[in-house]
Design a protein around this ligand. Structure first.
Ligand code: SF4
Length: 136
């Protein structure tokens, strides 16, 4: 059975609290007793705990950052022509062969975006631009 991801530490960007989902998630994690810290931006987590890079990396993989996605451009899921809907960045897995360890080495924490409706609205641009019927 797959265990759900439960963060050990949560960072919150102030603007995330302007969204109902941001408030709901903060409340949920408070009830669970998870430590919650503030961060000025979901792109800059500067005070991860840990005495060395190894410890900080381990902690980062169980850290969730709540932010607001400003870039609503979708990247393609290479090598396919499909688009990836950017709701989450990163992965909580620890696979030794994973390329994310190098491509996301400076930001190994998991980020999720609370402005889901903004992101969902953007998909119309992409769905309308192609002739294939997608269901999101
Ligand atoms: S291979 Fe990488 S992206 Fe896939 S589950 Fe493992 S750590 Fe996550």
């Amino acid at each position: 059975m797959v265990k759900p991801f439960v963060p050990q530490l949560v960072y919150v960007e102030p603007s995330a609290l302007d969204y109902p989902l941001g408030k709901e998630l903060v409340h949920k994690f408070e009830q669970m007793g998870v430590e919650i810290r503030q961060t000025t931006s979901h792109n800059q987590i500067r005070n991860l705990p840990g005495e060395n890079d190894f410890q900080r990396y381990r902690i980062a993989k169980s850290t969730l950052v709540l932010g607001v996605r400003k870039t609503l451009k979708f990247d393609t899921s290479k090598p396919s022509a499909e688009y990836a809907i950017p709701l989450v960045t990163g992965c909580m897995g620890h696979c030794h062969y994973c390329y994310l360890q190098t491509t996301m080495g400076s930001k190994p924490y998991i980020r999720t975006y609370v402005n889901v409706e903004d992101i969902r609205s953007s998909r119309q641009v992409y769905a309308g631009a192609c002739s294939t019927a997608y269901s999101f």
